[in-house]
Design a protein around this ligand. Structure first.
Ligand code: ADE
Length: 226
């Protein structure tokens, strides 16, 4: 898989991909991530990427030309399955969406800033819009990092068996069950007996019941969707 991220603040994306699972996925060649500085695609000496909104009002708007030039340059090299604009008014990111995106070959993530992008970008240049939640971030970079992370960890071979994505929260429509590790008792606080029993069938059954109870308590809406 290849992920191209277009941003006017590339430094914001330096650290999220340089550690842990996402770093290892790149080292193993399962994904390549390319961050593109929008300023490299401007046509004026000042490298302008934004301008005042037509009609007035506070806040700058990202211009279409540098975005178009950057996307076209990428498309001249390969075709893309989706060109995604990160925006708080996009479709909400879910585990199902991450699963879907993990099956694609080439993705572009476009990060917005200020008041967002000229609407013609959304009308003509992108194929999809994603929000990571009902709150507003300073820009799309952190949201793009969240989408990339949620997708990359699902690529075959990225996670080892022990950390398999199949047992993640949401993967089966339930929250993940409680987990414990040594010591079996700490300051009088005990691990549930069944987990120490060695009876794998009983343990699996307990985990399922625990996940169900947790989901009922914390996110009952997830059960309605099942
Ligand atoms: N840009 C700003 N806020 C965002 C959000 N919640 N999701 C995606 N992109 C954003």
């Amino acid at each position: 898989m290849r992920i191209d991220i277009i941003t006017c603040l590339p430094r914001l994306l330096e650290s999220p991909f340089n550690d842990s699972i996402v770093k290892r996925a790149q080292e193993k060649g399962m994904v390549t991530i390319h961050v593109h500085d929008l300023r490299q695609h401007t046509s004026d000496a000042h490298r302008t990427t934004d301008d005042y909104a037509f009609g007035g009002g506070a806040g700058m708007v990202m211009m279409i030309e540098p975005i178009h030039r950057c996307i076209s340059a990428l498309q001249s090299e390969r075709s893309y399955d989706d060109i995604i604009y990160m925006s708080p008014d996009g479709e909400l990111l879910t585990q199902a969406m991450a699963n879907q995106l993990s099956m694609k070959q080439n993705l572009i993530l476009l990060c917005g800033h200020y008041k967002g992008v000229d609407e013609r970008v959304r009308e003509h240049l992108i194929t999809r819009e994603i929000s990571i939640g009902d709150y507003v971030l300073s820009g799309g970079e952190l949201a793009a990092a969240v989408v990339a992370d949620s997708v990359i960890r699902l690529l075959p071979g990225v996670l080892s068996d022990e950390s398999s994505a199949l047992t993640d929260s949401f993967q089966d429509g339930l929250l993940a069950p409680e987990v414990y590790t040594r010591p079996a008792e700490y300051e009088g606080w005990k691990v549930p007996e069944v987990l120490l029993s060695g009876n794998q069938a009983m343990i699996e059954n307990w985990r399922y019941e625990n996940a169900l109870k947790r989901t009922q308590n914390r996110r009952p809406g997830l059960l309605d969707a099942k």
